[in-house]
Design a protein around this ligand. Structure first.
Ligand code: WQD
Length: 338
């Protein structure tokens, strides 16, 4: 297939483009480079050995995006173009609602204009809300909007709803919603990876900066949770496995049974903060200093999925383990990129 990847220069978008090419698909990459660098696209080109059509366009800009749709004939869209920092979304909610919802609506409206029916959306386990009981399967939820703890998560749930309503109104429209757990790690080439601006909010990129001496120590947010060692438990998934999940999910577009498909993408295994710290030390050979501090507002004790539906219906499952995640993260952080 030929696929327009919105937000294709970002962390998950860039890894997904690599895996799409590996399976013979081609891509048109659109990104406004707000939270990504053109060098990521160049590095993807090095990995896949092909030139990738790239447009520096904001997906909220309908006129400019229409020009891309006019020029490039595509069979499907994958949407990665949202803002994604939970804490920031609490501080500047309107920017999150405007950018995430507006860009999604603009893309879906243009799909209508250009007779494109296939879309895939990068959603998040955050839509399950704070009261979801792990392991979570796709049927456990009813989009419990009241349980979502931040505007970022609200935009994910709202876009899911928009896709569902559109699919109900249009039998040709096919939407695949992928709910990610905690994506981490980097491509084995160390050419692409996660490169957050400023102080990392998420655990693995923070550990990476401590292991490479760029930050002095990690704050561990709470050790009195009801978990194996008291620290928070999450379902970390290697970004390369996650990217492959998107490629596997393309098969939904050939299905005739329904027009909305929802899958958890995770490993189904829970890892605590301290387990991840230990694994990182082992994989990198570096010490990761940490201090136990108070809980972070909005955090839950454990969050991990039942990954069975994706395995049964898509034939996809995560293959890479915590060691692979830590090693690839360290290699990227330790100067691999360029
Ligand atoms: C993991 C664990 C923290 C940082 C968030 C979003 C989610 C998704 C991924 C996608 C928790 C602990 C963290 C630190 C720590 N977003 N921690 N010290 O909160 O599960 O999920 O990111 O775009 O939607 O909600 O991930 O990596 O922030 O935290 O102790 O410096 O690590 O308390 O237990 P989280 P995380």
């Amino acid at each position: 297939m030929r696929i327009l990847v919105a937000g294709g220069a970002g962390y998950i978008g860039s890894h997904t483009i690599v895996e799409l090419y590996a399976k013979g698909h081609t891509v048109v990459c659109v990104d406004n480079l707000y939270n990504a660098k053109l060098s990521a696209v160049k590095n993807v080109e090095k990995i896949v050995g092909k030139k990738i059509p790239f447009y520096k366009v904001d997906c909220c800009d309908k006129k400019k995006l229409r020009a891309v749709f006019k020029k490039e004939k595509v069979d499907a869209i994958i949407m990665f173009q949202g803002y994604k920092a939970v804490g920031e979304s609490v501080k500047i909610p309107l920017k999150y609602y405007r950018n995430n919802i507006d860009s999604a609506l603009t893309i879906i409206e243009l799909m209508d204009e250009f007779n494109i029916h296939n879309i895939m959306f990068s959603s998040s386990a955050t839509v399950y809300g704070k009261n979801a009981k792990s392991p979570i399967d796709e049927n456990d939820e009813a989009l419990r909007l009241n349980d979502i703890t931040n505007p970022y998560g609200e935009t994910k749930a709202m876009i899911e709803k928009i896709l569902m309503d559109k699919a109900n109104s249009d039998s040709k429209f096919k939407a695949v919603i992928l709910r990610y757990f905690n994506p981490v790690g980097a491509h084995e080439s160390a050419l692409i990876g996660e490169d957050p601006n400023g102080l990392p909010n998420n655990l693995m990129p923070y550990i990476a900066k401590v292991a490479t001496g760029k930050l002095p120590f990690l704050n561990v947010y709470g050790n009195n949770y009801k978990t194996k060692d008291g620290t928070g438990v999450r379902d970390y998934i290697h970004v390369v496995d996650l990217a492959k999940g998107h490629v596997s999910a393309l098969k939904c577009y050939k299905e005739k049974k329904k027009n909305i498909y929802i899958y958890n993408l995770g490993t189904g295994r829970g890892t605590s903060v301290l387990e991840l710290v230990n694994a990182y030390e082992k994989a990198s050979g570096k010490k990761v200093k940490y201090k136990i501090v108070g809980r972070r507002a909005g955090d839950v004790d454990k969050l991990y999925c039942k990954p069975k539906k994706a395995k049964t219906e898509l034939g996809w499952e995560a293959k890479l383990n915590i060691e692979n995640m830590c090693k690839s993260s360290y290699n990227y952080e330790n100067g691999g990129r360029r």
